[in-house]
Ligand binder design. Structure first.
Ligand code: NAD
Length: 430
């Protein structure tokens, strides 16, 4: 089939390359000429394992091209996937739909007879209906659940597909697009527009709630002297609860969960439904960043003015260079404002971090970041950081003190190597 993908950011670039892998002829469109030039040259302008190889494979196979022209895209595609951003609005917690509206309008204006416009962006419930009413083209909604860091495998082998459709023809076209994925046994849920839109926001709300639940338990453990990682392990053995997304730490960030739960609560409010618990989920999440800042102050003797602090991690999660609403950089920037001398190291997100936070210091390795440090903060869960040798590092720092903001470092190993070790949700050693 001839498909277009409008918006070639994290979601769209992945979707375009994966659709080519499924055998389709794909044209990716973006308003950002630099992004289009990079992708057309086989360079993915962000870190996503396996995506560069897939893009280059299909540039070479001739099944994947990129353009800045929406007109060209409208003329080319039978099915158009809209993957543009839906950030938080500047004036409220709602989603900014300017990009989605512009992309639908640009394609709808020039679309060929019988074209199907498929929204993949995460939107407030009611958006698909509004767009379908506004344009003389058929609309469907096919929300996306991929995880950055696993984007290619999540697109080619998703847990489920959700089609929000209003006609058999739209469902048939989408079944054709995803035929190899469906043939592999992927569950398909077809739904009306509002339900399809809600699957995505409800899924993100649930995941965020699970993380904030265990982080609230961490707060209680801190107050009562319990150990949240032991608590989480025991809770996770209950199959009704499950152990995933149950690790206490500095909380979630990124370009999706924070803005999605705010937009969901905001939209529900417009509909007269109170999802006030999501505001508490958000508040718990932000309090964990405060807690790391407070621990840093405590360990530095009451204030961080003049302290050398090494921050391990800048990306909002491992296997990504995405720094949108990154807890690590938020904490780093706050400590810098408090007068600390902060040096950050991240295996992939250095360029993005440097652009967004030019006043922080940056090191070329974890070792360099740690040299002479009074305190180390471990804030992004890269496997490289777990593999660090605390014995060797103890000789590099000025004072061996570390806060594990992700709850994955081996406390006994670090303590045995002479480190003062603190983690969230665990009692301070006597
Ligand atoms: P992004 O900012 O990385 O990419 C959006 C792209 O759209 C940018 O390259 C931008 O230049 C382009 N764009 C904006 N307006 C355009 C227009 N009118 N025509 C063509 N291109 C246009 O964002 P993202 O992370 O890829 O997210 C996109 C959507 O997917 C959001 O709604 C997000 O919530 C959702 N989503 C993201 C992920 C993820 O992991 N990143 C996962 C699932 C869903």
């Amino acid at each position: 089939m001839r498909l277009t993908v409008i918006g070639t950011g994290y979601l769209g670039a992945t979707h375009a390359a994966c659709m080519a892998e499924l055998g389709h002829d794909v044209l990716g469109v973006d308003v950002d000429p630099d992004k289009v030039a990079a992708l057309a040259a086989g360079r993915v302008p962000f870190h996503e394992p396996g995506l560069g190889e897939l893009v280059r494979k299909h540039l070479a196979s001739g099944r994947l091209r990129f353009t800045t022209s929406c007109e060209e895209a409208a003329a080319f595609g039978q099915v158009h996937f809209v993957c543009v951003g839906t950030p938080q609005r500047k004036d409220s917690e709602g989603a900014d739909l300017t990009y989605v509206d512009a992309a639908f309008a640009a394609i709808a204006e020039h679309a060929s007879q019988g074209a199907l416009l498929v929204g993949k962006s995460t939107v407030p419930v009611g958006t698909a209906r509004r767009l379908a009413d506004a344009h003389a083209v058929e609309v469907a909604w096919n929300p996306e659940f991929l995880r950055e860091g696993f984007a290619v495998q999540d697109t080619l082998r998703p847990d489920r597909l959700v089609f929000g459709v209003e006609s058999e023809r739209a469902e048939t076209l989408l079944r054709e697009v995803y035929a190899p994925v469906l043939a592999a046994g992927t569950p398909l849920v077809t739904a009306d527009f509002p339900t399809a839109e809600l699957v995505k926001t409800a899924a993100n709300a649930f995941l965020a709630t699970k993380i904030s639940f265990i982080n609230a338990m961490a707060e209680v453990c801190e107050a009562a002297g319990g150990d949240v990682s032991v608590l989480a392990e025991a809770l996770g053995h209950d199959e009704r609860i499950g152990g995933k997304f149950l690790r206490a730490g500095v909380g979630f960030g990124g370009g999706c969960l924070p803005k999605d739960i705010r937009a969901f609560a905001h939209r529900a409010g417009e509909l007269g439904v109170s999802l006030g618990f999501l505001r508490e989920v958000d508040a718990i999440n932000m309090r964990r960043r405060d807690k790391v800042v407070a621990l840093a102050r405590e360990l530095c003797g009451g204030g961080v003015l003049g302290a050398r602090i090494a921050v391990l991690g800048a990306a909002f999660k491992p296997d990504s260079d995405d720094i949108r609403d990154s807890p690590a950089l938020n904490v780093a920037a706050r400590l810098k404002l408090d007068g600390a001398d902060v040096t950050v190291y991240d295996p992939e997100a250095m360029d993005n971090a440097r652009k967004a936070f030019p006043l922080l210091g940056y090191a070329v390795s974890a070792e360099e970041a740690l040299r002479g440090a009074d305190l180390v903060l471990h804030l992004t869960e890269w496997p490289q950081f777990r593999a660090l040798d605390p014995g060797r590092l103890a000789s590099l720092v000025s004072r061996p003190r570390i806060v594990d903001g992700r709850g994955v470092l081996d406390a006994d190993r670090w303590t045995a190597a002479g480190w003062q070790f603190r983690a969230l949700g665990k009692p301070a050693p006597a």
